[in-house]
Design a protein around this ligand. Structure first.
Ligand code: FAD
Ligand code: NAD
Length: 466
């Protein structure tokens, strides 16, 4: 039987990054993945394919709606070739997952294709192409998550679908009903409304992106409404039924009335659940909590001391970069180091356009914690760079401690915010004050100037360009 210092179960951004870091630290490492391609949800049916479709549909929207104002005329109609768009997305996925194969070879990580299940705390059975048993001193569970569903919905995966199917549709829906105004619903809803579908978003809470700063939700809601999407907040879905090619969704509004929606596709995006099916965790003494997550302590160690768990399968945000940080953390812990993760500084991004990004505390959280804070906000429309490119929607908001001026949260919506948020994370990692940010130079003209201006606004209301 082959034996390893570390075996990692699951090859998503948590698992493959953990494997690379273990190998870098000199440990003999195995990676077990049940599918034939590596990269997990993120590379195969998550981050990468959704961003490919967001980019393609953004180009189409630019060509049909904005080229003209830039003086670019396209003779004849601009058309979408969905088959080609989906094929391009798949090519991006294939290239990216192929890159992980290369990284595994480069780092001498042995990859096993098959479902990994515990025999005991140091032995794993592999069922599939590379069937067999292996032994490992340490094991990292990185089995990720799968889409959640509502108990009364039957997902037929043709018309009543999850994100996985929405990434490979064969036609543009006439009317896509999206259940859940969270990250997936809004990103994929935007893809399809740009391509010409009517989109209705049904959200249980009173606003989209309910866990983010309320100002961001409001601004993005405006963008969706401008695109003629129906935004049905405070609606509780009661039933979803397929009738031939039609899907009928019934939801109860705040007044207790039942409202009916008819479409040809229904995307169910109400969250994701931790995935431990077939893992046989009990055999290794690994405790799964009532939410289905693998229970871990502050070292990401499970109830079995040589077994760790990371990423979507444990508590916390279900984000690829959070999983990656945890992968590195566990590898270094096994190697005897003392790593640290500041979960407050894991940024969240929604890749709609305008992009939405945030790090640190929201105003709602600061109020709940009785922390006195000041606000500096700056609109993108006041920036020369934003006007030059025509991307004037949105703002940057900085929340700083009222007495010390330390930056406690940064919330932004606008062009390129997915990348701009890195500046806020860096500043907060070094515990910058709003005044610190306002005093370092930002190139002109850039979107990043909105961060400096928001910092100036938080420092005695000193913004220069409003
Ligand atoms: P996963 O990526 O889910 O990987 C787990 C792997 O384990 C899978 O390959 C699975 O097959 C394998 N596995 C499970 N059980 C076993 C077993 N018993 N034996 C062998 N293998 C097993 N996050 C972001 O940060 N940014 C984004 O832009 C983003 N976009 C997303 C878009 C969509 C549509 C979706 C669905 C998700 C998106 N996410 C995004 C979330 C991100 O994909 C996840 O947070 C991330 O993939 C979690 O990584 P992980 O390694 O924990 O698990
Ligand atoms: P989510 O938690 O972001 O959103 C789910 C939404 O559905 C919430 O707004 C919730 O209030 C709503 N909801 C729940 N039950 C409902 C009901 N019965 N009726 C109507 N609405 C209901 O989950 P998601 O969008 O499915 O995404 C899943 C995970 O994937 C998230 O944790 C997210 O972090 C991750 N993800 C991240 C990115 C990114 O980082 N850009 C992109 C996609 C997915």
């Amino acid at each position: 039987m082959k034996s390893y210092d570390v075996a990692v179960i699951g090859s998503g951004p948590g698992g493959y990054v953990a494997a690379i870091r273990c190998a870098q630290l000199g440990m003999k490492t195995a990676l077990i993945e049940k599918y034939s391609t590596l990269g997990g949800t993120c590379l195969n049916v998550g981050c990468i394919p959704s961003k490919a479709l967001l980019s393609s549909s953004h180009h189409y929207e630019e060509a049909t709606k904005h080229f003209e104002e830039h003086g670019i005329e396209i003779p004849g109609d601009v058309k979408v070739n969905l088959e080609k768009m989906i094929a391009r997305k798949q090519a991006v996925v294939d290239q990216t997952t192929g890159g992980i194969d290369f990284l595994m070879k480069k780092n001498n990580i042995e990859v096993f294709e098959g479902l990994g299940s515990f025999i005991d705390a140091t032995h794993i059975k592999i069922d599939g192409k590379d069937a067999g048993e292996i032994e490992a001193k340490n094991i990292i569970i990185a089995t990720g998550s799968k889409p959640s569903n509502l108990p009364f919905i039957e997902l037929d995966k043709e018309r009543i679908i999850t994100s996985t199917e929405a990434l490979k549709l064969k036609e543009i829906p006439k009317h896509m009903i999206v259940i859940g105004g969270g990250v997936i619903g809004l990103e994929l809803g935007q893809v399809y409304y740009r391509l010409g579908a009517e989109v209705t978003v049904i959200e249980y809470m009173d606003r989209i992106l309910p866990t983010m700063d309320a100002g961001l939700s409001k601004e993005l809601n405006k963008v969706f409404k401008k695109a003629k999407c129906k935004m049905m907040m405070s609606h509780k879905v009661q039933s979803v039924e397929r009738k031939g090619d039609e899907v009928v969704v019934k939801a109860e509004n705040k007044k207790g009335e039942v409202v009916e929606f008819k479409g040809d596709y229904c995307l169910v995006s109400v969250g994701r659940r931790p995935y431990t099916d077939g893992l046989n965790a009990e055999a290794a003494g690994v405790k799964i909590n009532e939410r289905g997550q693998v229970e871990v302590n502050e070292h990401l160690q499970t109830s079995s001391s040589n077994i760790y768990a990371i990423g979507d399968v444990v508590r916390g945000a279900m984000l690829a970069h959070k999983a990656e940080e945890e992968g590195v953390f566990v590898a270094e812990t096994i190697a005897g180091q003392k790593p640290h993760i500041d979960y407050n500084l894991i940024p969240g991004v929604v890749y709609t356009w305008p992009e939405v990004a945030a790090v640190g505390k929201t105003e709602e959280e600061l109020k709940a914690e009785n922390i006195e804070y000041k606000v500096g906000q700056f609109p993108f429309r006041a920036l020369g760079r934003a006007r030059a490119s025509g991307d004037i929607d949105g703002f940057v908001k900085i929340l700083a401690d009222k007495s010390t001026d330390e930056v406690l949260g940064v919330h932004m919506i606008g062009a390129r915010c997915a990348d701009l948020i890195a500046e806020a994370v860096t500043a907060m990692e070094f515990r910058a004050s709003a005044e610190d940010i306002s005093r370092y130079s930002h190139a002109h003209p850039t979107f990043a100037e909105a961060i400096k201006e928001a910092a100036l606004a938080a420092t005695d209301n000193r913004a220069l360009h409003v």
